[in-house]
Design a protein around this ligand. Structure first.
Ligand code: HSE
Length: 428
């Protein structure tokens, strides 16, 4: 057996302790599978005194994660602290400069600084592995980078934030408004410390930026993603969508077009009977499409101790076996700058607005849509209450630019009483 692979683990929260547990409970299995012992040399966390349920007395303790990252008895720096800046970034850079491999679950770090970190790692023949950064326990990075390496990837889609999917499906089943279900999710501990990372679509956007880079050979381009959160989705939209055979999902889509790279993370209507439409609760789903494979669907837990630690361990095992791939599946120097193609692809849209009970009100709405070359596919008006009525419109395919023009004109009329809601309909 070759020499042991020695880890330094920074961050002993849910995921870090999950990794420690697997390393302890599966010691022999891991050694048999990788041909090496995998050991922990040192650990680091903010609070040394906290009871984590397992004694860490056998490992050296470093208060400073940078000191941990550069220790002589550490081969792999396992970064489980999180955050795109601060200690996570500094310690990762220090580890790479000291010639260590890095395993991380940090989506923000990779989405925002992936290119420079990849260049640093590849300059010294080291790797950065980050399976746990995207869709928790689902081995989507491995699928894309290895299993589908023979494909031209045509589209990547997915529901990659379990908290948002929990909120949207819970609203649908309970009939409760967004605000109430948000509070429930908070009480259950589902939300990130900064909840806007979840409900604002940012966490899922980080994940999409990483997948896009691997799928399309472009530098991670988080800033090029059109991001919209779920906080404007109302129970009325969920009910109306269901009524028309759709469900609302925070859906990420990345696709290369003739005009550039489309990347968007937005609430969308998807057919209720599609695999993504059927996704319940906190589960994640990623759909990968390639010219040879056609389509594969991966489904599984997107968060939690076991699933996330499982993904981290997969990366550690690869390094133990000597598998070192370019960070984003091809050398960092060959990754092209992404050309963002905002709203390039036309789509049908769902519109909901409240219309005042005045003669000619509907005519004004349809005229505005017509002036923007938007054709109506379906339309419903429900009964008036308090002088206004909800109107739902499904358009034929149109561009976001045309739609924005129409929304502006609608808001300026004297017949639309609330700001119209517009959600893209995605046929997945
Ligand atoms: N907050 C994320 C989610 C998990 O709800 O899916 C970590 O990315």
């Amino acid at each position: 057996m070759t020499s042991p692979l020695r880890l330094g683990i920074a961050g002993l929260g849910t995921v870090g302790m999950g990794v420690v547990k697997i390393l302890r409970s599966q010691t022999d299995l891991l050694a048999t599978r990788t041909g090496r012992q995998i050991t922990i040399s040192a650990v680091s966390a903010r609070d040394k005194t906290r009871d984590r349920g397992i004694s860490l007395a056998g490992y050296a303790w470093e208060t400073d994660p940078v000191a941990l990252a550069v220790r002589d008895d550490v081969d792999v720096f396992v970064e489980l602290m999180g955050g795109s800046e601060g200690p996570a970034r500094t310690a990762t850079e220090a580890a790479l400069a000291a010639g260590k491999d890095v395993v991380t679950a940090n989506k923000a770090l990779l989405a925002l600084h992936g290119q420079e970190l990849a260049e640093k790692a590849e300059a010294t023949g080291r790797s950065i592995r980050f399976e746990a950064a995207v869709a928790g326990g689902i081995p989507v990075i491995k699928s894309l980078m290895e299993g589908l390496a023979g494909n031209n990837i045509t589209r990547v889609m997915g529901v990659m934030n379990g908290t948002c999917n929990y909120i949207l499906t819970r609203m649908e089943h309970s009939g409760l408004p967004y605000e109430d279900v948000f509070k429930e999710a908070d009480a259950l501990g589902y939300l990130e410390a900064d909840p806007t990372l979840d409900v604002g679509g940012i966490d899922a956007g980080h994940k999409l930026a990483i997948l896009s880079a691997i799928a399309f050979g472009t530098r991670p381009d988080f800033d090029g993603i059109e991001i919209e959160g779920i906080d404007r989705v109302s129970i009325d939209d969920i009910r109306a969508a269901a009524d028309m055979g759709f469900r609302i999902k925070l859906l990420g889509v990345a696709q290369k077009t003739g005009r550039g790279l489309v990347q968007r993370m937005q609430p969308c209507l998807v057919p209720a009977a599609s695999p993504i439409g059927q996704l319940e609760g906190g589960t994640n789903m990623v759909v990968l499409e390639g010219d040879a494979v056609e389509q594969i669907v991966l489904r599984g837990p997107g968060a939690g101790q076991g699933p996330t630690a499982s993904a981290v361990m997969g990366d550690i095992c690869d390094i133990a076996r000597g598998l070192r791939l370019p960070v984003f599946g091809q050398p960092a120097a060959t990754l092209e700058a992404a050309q963002p193609a905002i709203s390039a692809l036309p789509a049908p849209f769902y519109l909901r607005m409240s219309l005042l009970d005045k003669p000619g009100a509907l005519a004004k709405v349809t005229a505005i849509l017509g002036n923007s070359e938007i054709s109506i596919d379906r339309m419903r008006q429900y009964g008036h209450a308090d002088g206004s009525a909800p109107v739902l419109i499904v358009t034929h395919k149109t561009t976001r630019t045309a739609l924005n023009e129409a929304l502006k004109a609608l808001a300026a009329t004297d017949v639309v009483s609330t700001q119209p809601v517009a959600l893209r309909i995605e046929h997945v």
